[in-house]
Write a protein that binds this ligand. Structure first.
Ligand code: HEM
Length: 383
């Protein structure tokens, strides 16, 4: 399943094929901001980012949006939040299993079943819809690829309907991790006017002022990439990465029995003063490779100290997509608008929501249009 995920569902070719979907959703998001700017209304960045990423993921995976009108989007968001809350408690259960086993484990099981059944119901509807009416014009979405693999009798690895459901549950994780990163990046940019200035300069010179930034611009925008990386260093949405030892072993002279649970605190590693210069400072420059020859050394070194996407076999298979989506959305907000916030600085207080580290207070600003680019027709219709 992981192989299928990395190659067919999230690999470079799949990303290329779904680029149009993301561009439409990002254009529509831009239209919303433009509308707010015209009406001088404030925008809740976290809420809008969540809606956007939600729509992107649902379109890419199931070929449909969860409409805001009939409350479906709200229900899906509710499920994402509940799921995340449940995972946090499961993480605690993993750590304190013996103590918990005596008390609440059956209650916990009921809750898992309740959320899981609701996910199942939602996915069942989508699955049936796909089998009855495969997308003819929109091209393949992830559900089509998975159903084809499920029905392929000669497939190297057989997948079951439960695998398909499990994959979609994992995808829920992509929604709040990406939207939280957008939120933190905007907060850091607002609090660091020098970063904003450099970013705008780069965007104005590479993208210009006649069009909207596109995903294909990202490789030519090293400073924007560095801003996203630095945001993830200081504010990893998943600060704790759990593992279990499959075999007994010895590490640094300590004996580790089989099945020992380990939680890696990537938040602390990425703020460790022994590993990073001025670790608490927001300095995207640290990610601008100094020289060609130094690049490979830096890459090797960062494998051990830069872990916002986890690492190894269970590492995040959506990191390239995550960078792309977050970078493009930040580009749209920074390039297209000035913003007014209440007060001088954004309050950076943190809170754990489920397993996600997010901002304790909503970030709201009123956008002011910098320029209006030429847009494709479908974008105008959302304005
Ligand atoms: C900024 C965005 C994102 C961040 C910070 C993030 C972070 C993470 C982290 C920390 C893990 C656990 C890794 C480990 O245990 O070593 C993970 C797993 C995962 N992520 Fe992401 N992620 C992001 C975006 C995405 C996207 C866009 C997708 C897919 C569309 C995705 C799909 C997954 C999946 C399927 C897993 C489970 C992998 C497994 O258990 O084998 N993620 N992510």
């Amino acid at each position: 399943m992981k192989k299928l995920m990395v190659t067919k569902l999230l690999g470079p070719q799949a990303q290329e094929q779904s680029r149009g979907i993301r561009a439409d959703e990002i254009n529509s998001f831009y239209g919303k901001l433009l509308n707010k700017a015209r009406k001088k209304e404030s925008v809740d960045v976290g809420k809008e980012a969540m809606n956007l990423v939600n729509n992107i993921m649902c379109m890419m995976s199931m070929g449909r949006r969860f409409s805001e009108e009939d409350g479906e989007a709200e229900r899906l968001k509710g499920l994402v939040t509940e799921w995340s809350g449940l995972i946090k408690r499961m993480l605690l259960a993993v750590l304190f299993r013996r103590q918990l086993e005596k008390i609440g484990i059956s209650l916990f099981k009921n809750e898992i079943m309740r959320v899981s059944n609701r996910c199942d119901e939602m996915l069942e509807r989508v699955l049936v819809g796909h089998k009855e009416e495969p997308d003819k014009d929109q091209g393949k979405d992830m559900m089509d690829v998975l159903l084809a693999a499920y029905e392929d009798k000669k497939a190297e690895y057989k997948i079951t309907i439960n695998h398909i459901k499990a994959f979609f549950e994992l995808l829920f994780g992509a929604i709040d991790t990406s939207s939280t990163t957008i939120l933190w990046a905007m907060a850091e940019i607002i609090n660091n006017p020098n970063v904003l200035e450099k970013l705008r300069k780069e965007l104005d010179s590479i993208v210009g002022k006649t069009r909207l930034i596109q995903e294909t611009d990202i490789p030519n925008l090293p400073y924007l990439q560095a801003v996203v990386k630095e945001t993830l260093r200081l504010h990893p949405p998943g600060p704790l990465v759990p593992r279990e030892f499959q075999k007994e072993c010895e590490i640094g002279g300590f004996y580790i029995p089989e099945k020992t649970r380990l939680v890696v605190n990537v938040y602390d590693i990425m703020r460790d003063p022994d590993l990073w210069v001025d670790p608490l400072k927001f300095m995207p420059e640290r990610f601008l490779a100094s020289s060609k020859s130094g690049q490979e050394d830096e890459r090797k070194e960062k494998v051990l100290k830069y872990l916002p996407f986890g690492s190894g076999r269970r590492g995040c298979p959506g990191s390239a997509l995550g960078y792309m989506v977050v970078g493009t959305v930040i580009g749209v907000i920074v390039h297209g608008f000035e913003w007014r916030i209440d007060g001088d600085k954004v309050n950076m207080e943190e809170v754990m929501e489920g397993v996600i580290l997010t901002m304790a207070h909503p970030l709201k600003f009123t956008p002011v249009t910098r320029y209006v680019p030429c847009l494709r027709n479908e974008t105008e219709s959302h304005i």
